[in-house]
Design a protein around this ligand. Structure first.
Ligand code: NAP
Length: 306
């Protein structure tokens, strides 16, 4: 029987692992598809305190992982696939067909990049369609790419792509960007970036690899074809909560609901990071929730009779 199982290994999960390990709870972390979650595929992180010159996402993951393991966290490359939280001990089953029992569960399962759900998107994923500039930017050296979205991710990752691409055109469905002013300024200042506003992609075409997209002007309704070598999609994320349907309360966008301090309606079940955070979604806020969740788990386990 485990004291604590942590589902997910992003900043929230790894921070929960660090705190739970230091509380001598010998936590078990089920990583999910990749250690580090979304920051494992992020480029430079410039707003995480303690790194005045920024830090590469994968390096930050490595540092967090090493710190948690140093104090005894056990990190297992496997993904939770099913949970039974109806009674103690809680049960967690995995894709590798393991079944664990635990006194407490910390859910830090994060979120997955949203899809446009347009013709050609699935067919050309990995053949010009990407959700990760850090992973795939290199393949677009000297080429023209489109970035879809108007939030921080679109402008930050779009700017990152100017290292490789000769032109980065940001296609956004509105006139105003959602991204913060610093990122907007940087995008405006870049000679390689331009903007296609009030526009939506309606299809992606190619011949083995992407070579064009169709774009609808959302003001006039006019549809045009644009030549491009790549389409990078950054239109937000959906929380990874399917396995908790019916087991835990969710909001209308399927984010898990917390009591504001990482707790849920089930004693012994805690939530950390973006899976329970529709509002902030920052590495720093996820780390804070991971810390809270682990301390709450520790206090729960210290209650008389546990
Ligand atoms: P986001 O803030 O939710 O922005 C998503 C963008 O995609 C919005 O501009 C949205 O348009 C657009 N969009 C959504 N669905 C679409 C669709 N079906 N078709 C076309 N466009 C669509 O997501 P994000 O940029 O990934 O950021 C997520 C969170 O991480 C945010 O809290 C952000 O602040 C944070 N983040 C921070 C940094 C940083 O601080 N450096 C970097 C990356 C991310 P509308 O604007 O019209 O809704």
């Amino acid at each position: 029987m485990e004291n604590v199982i942590i589902i997910g290994s992003g900043p929230a999960g790894l921070t929960a692992a660090l705190y739970a390990a230091r509380a001598e709870l010998n936590p078990l972390v089920l990583t999910g598809p990749q250690i580090g979650g979304q920051i494992a595929i992020t480029g430079m992180v410039e707003n995480y305190p303690g790194f005045p010159d920024g830090v590469q996402g994968p390096e930050l993951v490595d540092l967090m992982q090493r710190q948690a393991e140093k104090f005894g966290a056990r990190i297992v490359l496997d993904s939770a696939s099913e949970v039974d939280l109806t009674h103690q001990p809680f049960k967690v089953r995995t894709l590798n067909e393991e079944e664990y029992e635990a006194k407490t569960v910390i859910i830090a399962s994060g979120a997955t990049p949203r899809k446009l759900e347009i013709p050609g998107e699935a067919e050309f994923t990995g053949k010009g369609v990407s959700y990760c500039a850090t992973c795939d930017g290199y393949f677009f050296r000297g080429k023209d790419v489109l970035v879809i979205g108007g939030g921080d991710s679109a402008l930050e990752e779009g700017h990152f792509l100017t290292r490789y691409a000769s032109k980065v055109s940001v296609v956004h469905r509105r006139e105003q960007f959602r991204a913060g002013p610093l990122l907007q300024q940087r995008a405006n200042d870049s000679e390689k970036m331009d903007f296609v506003l009030n526009s939506a992609l309606t299809g992606i075409s190619g011949n083995g690899e992407v070579n064009s997209v169709s774009v609808r002007d959302l003001v006039t309704g006019e549809e045009t074809s644009l030549k491009t070598d790549g389409v990078f999609i950054f239109i937000g994320h959906d929380p990874n909560t399917e396995m908790f349907a019916g087991a835990l309360e969710m909001d209308e966008s399927n984010y898990l609901k917390t009591d504001g301090q990482a707790g849920t309606e089930i004693p012994g079940v805690f939530i950390a990071g973006e899976v329970g955070d529709p509002a902030f979604k920052q590495i720093a806020s996820s780390v804070g929730m991971g810390c809270m969740a682990a301390i709450r788990a520790q206090r729960y386990l210290e209650e008389p009779g546990r």
